[in-house]
Design a protein around this ligand. Structure first.
Ligand SMILES: [Mn+2]
Length: 387
C-alpha cells in the first residue's frame, strides 16, 4: 500500500486546512503542499512572484516519478489489468474491492511522487461518482496523468466531467477491462499479454465479444479455459492475502502462465471441493419469489454462492447476501441468466441507493451494499422490477 498512516493524517490536515485556502489565491503552493516550508513561502510576497512559474514547475516534473495502478482485486479481469499496466508502464499496483476504491484514491492523491495513475475495472455508483470526480480533479490540478479504464455501466455525465479535466477515459461496456487495456497499450506489451487479456475475458463472460474473441482464438480454447479458471480460483480464494495477489500481478506481468506459478492447480482443487459443498447447501437453503431465487449465506462469500442460487432456483435472477455483522449491512451479489433481459447493474444501483446503500455493475452481474434492516425490501423490490 501507499505510504504510512502517519503521513496520511498529517498531510490531510495541511492540505485541507491551510493549503486549500491559499491555493485559491496561488497555484504554486499546491505543488509543494505537504512540506511545512510551503506554508512560509505562501505568506511572503516576494517569494510569490518567483515560485509561481519556474520553481513550481520544476517540482512537479522532476519530483513526480511514480506510476500507480489502482485495480480491482476480486477477479481475473482486475488482476490481469494491473499486470498489463505493470508490463507496459512499470510501477506498483494497489488492489482494492469496490468499497476500498475511494480510500485508495484518497491516499494516492496525497502522494507527492505520483506521476501517472491508472484506475482499472472499478465501476462507479451514484454514491461514489461525485467524490471520484473531485479526487481526479485534484490529481489533474497537480498535473498527474490519469487514465480510467473500465467497462461497468457509467453515468454519461461522469464521462463528460472526466473528459473536461483531461482524464484519459477508456470505456466500453462491450469488452472486459483487460482486453481494453491490452488494445490501448498493445505496442508496449509482449505477445504473452494477449493471453493474460484472453483469460480475463473468459472469467468476465466476455470471450465472445469482438476483441476478446480475437484474442482467445490465438490460443487453444481448452488451454485458455483451464488457465483462466485456475487463476480465478486462486484470486477468489486468496482475497485475504494481499501479498499473494500482488505476487500474482507480478508473475502475470512477467509473462508467466498460471500453471508456471507454484501450487495454483492444487489450490484450485481445494476451491472446487468447497464449491461442491456449496451446491448442497444452496439446495437446502434456497428460497424463491416469482422472478428470482435468493438465499442468505452464512459461512462463505455471497459471490461464490450466487451462481448456484440462480441456477438451482430455475429463475433468471439469483441473489445471495451475506451479513457484515460489524458494519450493519448486507453484502449482496446478483446474477442474471442469459434470458434476463433487464440491466441488473442499473436497477441495483438505483434501488440500493434509494435504500441508503450503494451498488451497481454489469447487466448480468452486479453487487450491492444494503443496510441490514432493508434487505427484505431490497429483495421484494428487485423481484418487482425485473419482470
Ligand atoms: Mn471486469
Amino acid at each position: 500500500m501507499v505510504s504510512s498512516k502517519t503521513k496520511k493524517t498529517a498531510a490531510k490536515k495541511v492540505t485541507k486546512k491551510t493549503a486549500a485556502k491559499k491555493v485559491t489565491k496561488k497555484t504554486a503552493a499546491k505543488k509543494v503542499t505537504k512540506k511545512t516550508a510551503a506554508k512560509k513561502v505562501t505568506k511572503k510576497t516576494a517569494a510569490k512572484k518567483v515560485t509561481k512559474k519556474t520553481a513550481a514547475k520544476k517540482t512537479s516534473s522532476s519530483k513526480r516519478t511514480k506510476v500507480i495502478c489502482i485495480s480491482h482485486k476480486e477477479d481475473c479481469d482486475g488482476i490481469s489489468s494491473a499486470a498489463l499496466i505493470r508490463q507496459a508502464f512499470g510501477g506498483d499496483a494497489i488492489l482494492v474491492d469496490y468499497p476500498g476504491q475511494m480510500e485508495a484514491l484518497n491516499q494516492v492523491v496525497l502522494d507527492e511522487k505520483l506521476k501517472s495513475l491508472f484506475i482499472c475495472d472499478l465501476g462507479l455508483s451514484k454514491k461514489t461518482q461525485d467524490e471520484f470526480i473531485d479526487i481526479l480533479t485534484r490529481l489533474r490540478k497537480n498535473k498527474v496523468s490519469v487514465t480510467y479504464i473500465d467497462h461497468h455501466d457509467i453515468d454519461p455525465n461522469v464521462v463528460k466531467a472526466l473528459n473536461k479535466i483531461k482524464v484519459k477515459v477508456i470505456h466500453d461496456i462491450n469488452e472486459c477491462t483487460a482486453v481494453l487495456t491490452y488494445t490501448a497499450f498493445k505496442s508496449k506489451l509482449n505477445d504473452h499479454a494477449s493471453f493474460v487479456a484472453a483469460c480475463a475475458a473468459i472469467t468476465d463472460y466476455m470471450e465472445s465479444r469482438p476483441l476478446g474473441s480475437k484474442l482467445l482464438q490465438i490460443y487453444d480454447r481448452q488451454f485458455a479455459l483451464i488457465s483462466a479458471t485456475v487463476m480465478t480460483y486462486n484470486i477468489v480464494g486468496r482475497q485475504r492475502e494481499p501479498d499473494y495477489l500482488q505476487y500474482l500481478v507480478e508473475e502475470l506481468a512477467d509473462s508467466k502462465f498460471p500453471h508456471d506459478i507454484p501450487n495454483t492447480y492444487e489450490f484450485a482443487q481445494i476451491q472446487v471441493e468447497k464449491l461442491s459443498q456449496m451446491i448442497a447447501k444452496v439446495k437446502v437453503g434456497l428460497k424463491t419469489m416469482s422472478n428470482l431465487g435468493h438465499m442468505e449465506i452464512l459461512d462463505s462469500g455471497a459471490s461464490g454462492a450466487v451462481n448456484f442460487v440462480m441456477g438451482l432456483s430455475g429463475k433468471n435472477v439469483g441473489v445471495a447476501y451475506k451479513e457484515r455483522v460489524d458494519h450493519g449491512i448486507y453484502a449482496v451479489s446478483v446474477r442474471g441468466s442469459k434470458n434476463c433481459k433487464v440491466h441488473l447493474g442499473k436497477i441495483v444501483n438505483l434501488l440500493a441507493t434509494s435504500l441508503g446503500g450503494s451498488g451497481g455493475g454489469h447487466d448480468k452481474a452486479c453487487g450491492a451494499v444494503v443496510p441490514k434492516p432493508k434487505i427484505k425490501k431490497f429483495i421484494t423490490e428487485l423481484n418487482k422490477k425485473i419482470k
